[in-house]
Design a protein around this ligand. Structure first.
Ligand SMILES: NC(=O)c1ccc[n+]([C@@H]2O[C@H](COP(=O)([O-])OP(=O)(O)OC[C@H]3O[C@@H](n4cnc5c(N)ncnc54)[C@H](OP(=O)(O)O)[C@@H]3O)[C@@H](O)[C@H]2O)c1
Length: 261
């Protein structure tokens, strides 16, 4: 992996070598978040093909690489909570996050639990609550939903061991309330792994602070969505380049919302 931006500190930074998880964790450490969102910082991590596809036949794995998965794992290792849309949970067969030795000391020093909480966003709660994601995570999975979510499904989620958090007045979640609701539970280093419909709402609501975009050197064509879907923002929001790493033609970019600089 090579560091392309910020400009390499020394010629060694341009060397194509494997970065250790500690080095990646330092590179991607969360900033101290100002109190605007209850102290929360919402980072997204997504992979896209050259032509903008956010999945291939329903899965993101065909667009990914070993280095992409190392960064994916590192970003999880740094997060208090992983916020994910219910369709991604269903399509990708989400499992509980693992406690990884590589991040244990760093997490303990920051007072974080052994693994990030997975927070699933759903209106209908059409989720299989008998899955390990709900019944046997290291830390209870959160289900974020609206006040008018189906009561029987809410009861089923709770019976399975999930913590149901209401973050919206109707059936659905108000994306603005998500960082606040999680920060109130002491979860302020937030990572969203999409999918596109959820990410589009976070961007439109003006709560997306940081975008980690892996650009895969592949063409996919087809009808897969871009990494963010849904209604357009009234005015496209500007982000500043934070960093770029490269490995095997993959670009691992990070952009920070201008307002947060
Ligand atoms: N390229 C990447 O990095 C990447 C990352 C993640 C996912 N993906 C791919 O993206 C696809 C899934 O993405 P997607 O955009 O279709 O779905 P998604 O954003 O993962 O999930 C959509 C679902 O989330 C829930 N939801 C979204 N907004 C909500 C709100 N405001 N309130 C309550 N619930 C809300 C709803 O669940 P209910 O239906 O349960 O109400 C909705 O059906 C998969 O194929 C996956 O492989 C790619």
């Amino acid at each position: 992996m090579r560091r392309l931006f910020p400009s390499p500190l020394s010629p060694a930074d341009l060397d194509d070598r494997e970065w250790g998880l500690d080095e990646l964790a330092d590179f991607y450490a969360y900033p101290d978040a100002p109190p605007a969102q209850g102290g929360a910082w919402l980072r997204a991590n997504m992979v896209s093909s050259l032509d903008g596809a956010a999945h291939h036949e329903g899965r993101s794995q065909p667009l990914s690489s070993d280095a992409d998965m190392r960064i994916f794992g590192t970003l999880r290792g740094l997060a208090d909570a992983v916020v994910v849309g219910a369709e991604t949970v269903r399509q990708e067969g989400y499992r509980p996050a693992r406690a990884r030795e590589a991040f244990a000391a760093r997490r303990a020093a920051l007072g974080q639990g052994p693994a990030p909480v997975i927070a699933v966003v759903s209106a209908g709660l059409g989720l299989d609550f008998s899955l390990p994601l709900f019944t046997s995570p290291l830390v209870p999975t959160i289900v974020l939903t609206g006040a008018e979510a189906p009561a029987d499904r809410v009861a089923e989620a709770r019976a399975a061991g999930a913590e149901v958090v209401v973050a919206g007045e109707g059936r659905g979640v108000d994306p603005v309330l998500v960082p606040r609701a999680l920060a109130e539970r002491g979860l302020s280093r937030l990572l969203t792994e999409g999918g596109p419909r959820l990410l589009g709402q976070f961007a439109a609501a003006g709560v997306l602070d940081e975008m980690c975009l892996s650009l895969a050197p592949v063409m996919a064509a087809g009808s897969a969505p871009r990494i963010a879907a849904g209604p357009p923002l009234e005015v496209p929001e500007r982000f500043a380049l934070g960093s770029v790493l490269e490995e095997n033609g993959f670009l691992f970019t990070r952009y920070i919302r201008h307002q947060r600089l």
